[in-house]
Design a protein around this ligand. Sequence first.
Ligand SMILES: CC(C)(COP(=O)(O)OP(=O)(O)OC[C@H]1O[C@@H](n2cnc3c(N)ncnc32)[C@H](O)[C@@H]1OP(=O)(O)O)[C@@H](O)C(=O)NCCC(=O)NCCS
Length: 184
Amino acid sequence: MSSFVIQLQTPQLCHLDELVTLDQDCLGGLWTKEGYQRELKSPNSHFWVLSSDTTETLIGGGCYWEILEEAHITLLMIAPQYQGQGLGQLLLYGLLRDAMRRNLERATLEVRVSNQPALSLYRKFGFEIAGRRTGYYKQTGEDALVLWRSGLDYPQFQQELSTWEQQIKDRLSHNHWQFSIVEP
Ligand SMILES: CC(C)(COP(=O)(O)OP(=O)(O)OC[C@H]1O[C@@H](n2cnc3c(N)ncnc32)[C@H](O)[C@@H]1OP(=O)(O)O)[C@@H](O)C(=O)NCCC(=O)NCCS
């Protein structure tokens, strides 16, 4: 049986409309088209997307801001019909790999206390809860947990990345998927 290839790549301006649609489907409208345009142009914002080589549609997107030696993850989303199949792991792997290559030391993000899938994913990659922001999400009043992942600059992090890469490959192969990284 032939394999489909999922590409991990940096987005282009032509992906803007698809990013906004993904955002609406996954996050209920976090950023506008202008917001995405700003992110794609910002030198401190590092953006990666997943796309399918067969349908050429975007499957997911993730982004972090480089602030001093820290990666502040601002976005992580997988299209609802593709969730639960290992692609969130692939995207997070891509962001952390990118941060390591830029010599960043640690990563951080905020997540809703109720977002168990995301929390479970971040824990798998070694993120730890460092704090809680009460009523952080204005619309619902929900609290955010603040997570940190240190050690991106330690020599063993490269080994951890290789281990995750193999696990992700094995997981994707269940669906006859492979992934390839398109370096910018
Ligand atoms: C969070 C999100 C990116 C995860 O992507 P995904 O492709 O579904 O995740 P994966 O299939 O790679 O799963 C990775 C791990 O996440 C956890 N996970 C995923 N779905 C889960 C679920 N429904 N319940 C519990 N844990 C879940 C598991 O630990 C899983 O590992 P496992 O399959 O080995 O048990 C995706 O659900 C999403 O886009 N959600 C909406 C947007 C969002 O909440 N983004 C995060 C904001 S901080």
